[in-house]
Write a protein that binds this ligand. Structure first.
Ligand code: MSP
Length: 652
């Protein structure tokens, strides 16, 4: 292999079926990949980011027939719209592969033939059940339904009987090698819980896999036996090698293979963590470092999918907000391995609170003051105070932590850390009160220093959020008078000090639109519950008790939280400030419990908190959750648990 000058980072998304245009669930994977690719470029790696479309197979053949098209026409029409969507989301892929491209089909045939010649593929007969929607053979132990048919255990759709001559891949021969690989490389499947699933599946025994069909015409022909087409998953998985040049640009292939990370939804993990490495072992290729199985976006608690009819079209949101709010929301809201429920309220809350208020306002206020008080260019800043120094050194520490978090796929935690710092900058301005300093000409050097520190912090945080919100970060750097774009500066080279005196800043435009919930819901979403007129009039006793509907109750997100820190709030006899772990993240909260509990009574205890209440600021501290407590003689008594419960467990 060629000697590598820079370390490489090769990231892939699944290739999407062309039966319809991608929805928010698909956009999610692509956005994760884009953020990782952008980050690794900043980190100095040579990056390749591959995405594309999966165009062969029975599912596409069937969808095209239903639309009165041939499969090629269907694929062509969907591909253009998918590419438009990636453009609207500011996705920076290096190559978009379509499995109908000549070089891909050839590469698949070359590898098929190699495995056939060496005996890893052999001819036989397949009898069994097949799910067209998932393009998957059912396991033998899937029970029959009452009418003698079988339903796919994954998607629930009716399976069809297949009985035909087929070529098999000798998957059973790879069981031991796969298990050895999992044991030696625990990072091969992430998160770790998914590794357990995969290895227990393989330990349960592997049967040889049928990898050709005679009844499906829309596929890559088997070399030398064109009555057979190659199974769509064998075809599709090989996009990861043909897309970087296998068999047509071997130096590119050798530079980037093996992949650093294949991002896939948890539903297709088995194909990537069992079949794919077995195919690669058979071909003699090294295995990818990691297959990351991410969670699903749900709508109303079920997986968003076309067949369930609950998909959200990202284009509608993009038209109002542009790409960055959606990118931010999807990556901030959940850790990459977990499921998340998409709600319009949740989306808007994040946009208005984190983006418009915390970041957007900070940029707007700071730059407006620099214009008003210094004509856009700061001069003669006074000496650095302790608080100024803290803002600077905190940024250095933040930069290191955020690097580690991005590098290990904890994107939501990276954003969380950045926002804690953004709030510190907001607090710094609230305490330093530059608008008061501006009234006193003798304090001009101090005013200059305060605004310079704030602008330096803004420059730093916008760099750190660049992988997730590239457009906004570029705009902010432009307003700050930077000659370069964030993408042109390496991570190691970004310093707080780089925003020095003498820069000419520009007039900022609002970065994030403020949209009222009613306007947003009116445009975007069907009402979550029937409109008021359609609801039965509540009974009198319901009205008296302030009865809420189950739907209303369900909107509350109650969870088990673990108390990590507790301290008194200075000058407030009733208040304690707590730091709690809610399973997915840490939150700080302020609670009126100091008359009943000393801080040390609470450490390590678990309690119930509401986590989706709008944050409130109490005594200058943002309270980001609320605990439940009984009020006894005017004092709060917390209901603790009588047995061990997991942190983050949902309470309902
Ligand atoms: N064509 C195959 C992949 C072949 S890769 C060699 C396929 N395509 S797909 O279009 O059905 O799905 C592509 C990806 O989108 C999968 O990883 C799937 O998990 C993901 N998602 C589909 N709906 C999703 C959500 N609602 N939420 C998150 N991801 C989801 O499978």
């Amino acid at each position: 292999m060629e000697k590598k000058s820079k370390p490489t980072f090769y990231v892939t998304t699944p290739i999407y079926y062309v039966n319809d245009v991608p929805h928010i669930g698909h956009a999610y994977t692509t956005i994760i990949a884009d953020a990782l690719a952008r980050f690794q470029k900043l980190a100095g790696k040579d990056v390749f980011f591959l995405t594309g479309t999966d165009e062969h197979g029975q599912k596409i053949e069937k969808a095209a027939a239903e639309k009165g098209m041939n499969p090629r026409q269907l694929a062509d029409s969907v591909v253009g719209r998918a590419q438009d969507l990636w453009k609207a989301l500011n996705i920076s892929y290096d190559f978009f592969i379509r499995t109908t491209m000549d070089f891909h089909e050839r590469g698949v045939q070359v590898l098929f033939k190699k495995l056939l010649d060496q005996g890893d593929i052999y001819k036989g007969e397949y009898r069994g059940w097949y799910c067209v929607s998932d393009e998957n053979f059912l396991a033998d132990d899937v029970p029959a339904d009452g009418e003698g048919g079988k339903a796919c255990p994954d998607c629930g759709k009716k399976a069809t009987v297949v009985c035909e001559e087929t070529y098999f891949f000798r998957l059973s021969a790879y069981q031991g090698r796969l298990l050895d690989h999992y044991a030696a490389h625990p990072e091969f499947v992430r998160p770790p819980s998914r590794m357990n699933e995969v290895s227990s599946f393989v330990r349960g025994g592997l049967k040889d896999l049928s990898i050709t069909r005679t009844t499906v015409k829309w596929g890559v022909p088997v070399p030398g036996d064109p009555a057979h087409t190659i199974y769509v998953w064998f075809d599709a998985l090989h996009n990861y090698v043909t897309g970087i040049g296998y068999d047509w640009n071997m130096s590119l292939f050798e530079k980037f293979w093996p992949a650093t990370v294949h991002l896939v939804g948890k539903d297709i993990l088995r194909f990537h963590a069992v079949y794919w490495p077995a195919f690669l072992m058979a071909s003699g290729f090294p295995l990818p470092r990691t297959v990351f199985g991410h969670g699903w976006w749900l709508k109303d608690d079920t997986k968003m999918s076309k067949s369930r009819g609950n998909v959200l079209d990202p284009q509608a949101i993009l038209a109002t907000f542009g790409p960055d709010p959606l990118r931010y929301f999807l990556l901030r809201e959940i850790p990459v391995g977990q499921d998340g429920n998409f709600s319009h309220e949740g989306f808007l809350h994040r946009v208005n609170s984190d983006l418009a208020n915390d970041l957007g306002n900070l940029v707007q206020r700071t730059l407006t003051m620099i214009r008003n008080y210094f004509g856009g260019g700061i001069t003669d800043p006074g000496a650095e105070s302790d608080k100024d120094r803290k803002l600077r050194t905190d940024f250095d520490a933040l930069k290191t932590r955020v690097f580690e978090l991005y590098d290990s796929y904890f994107l939501n935690r990276a954003l969380e850390e950045v926002w804690t710092y953004i709030n510190d900058v907001n607090k710094y301005l609230a305490e330093e009160q530059p608008w008061i300093l501006a009234r006193d000409p003798t304090r001009k050097p101090r005013l200059a220093r305060v605004l310079q520190q704030a602008a330096a912090a803004i420059r730093g945080v916008s760099y750190l959020v660049f992988p997730v919100m590239p457009g906004s970060a570029e705009k902010i750097w432009g307003y700050l008078g930077e000659g370069k774009k964030p993408s042109e500066v390496l991570y190691a080279e970004v310093n707080f000090e780089d925003f020095g005196p003498g820069r000419k800043t520009a007039e900022p435009q609002p970065l994030f639109p403020r949209v009222a919930l009613k306007d947003f819901l009116g445009e975007e979403a069907p009402p979550a519950s029937p409109p008021p007129a359609a609801r039965p009039e509540p009974k009198k006793e319901e009205r008296q008790m302030g009865i809420v509907t189950f739907e209303e109750f369900k909107r509350m997100d109650l969870r088990v939280a673990h108390i990590l820190k507790a301290e008194r709030v200075p000058g407030a006899t009733k208040l304690l400030k707590l730091e709690v772990d809610i399973g997915t993240e840490k939150r700080q909260m302020v609670a009126g419990i100091a008359e009943t509990y000393a801080p040390e009574d609470l450490l390590g205890k678990k309690l119930i908190v509401i986590v989706n209440l709008k944050p409130a600021v109490i005594r200058g501290i943002e309270s980001q959750a609320m605990l439940l407590a009984a009020v006894v003689d005017d004092k709060a008594v917390i209901p603790f648990f009588d047995r061990e419960v997991a942190t983050g467990a949902v309470v309902k």
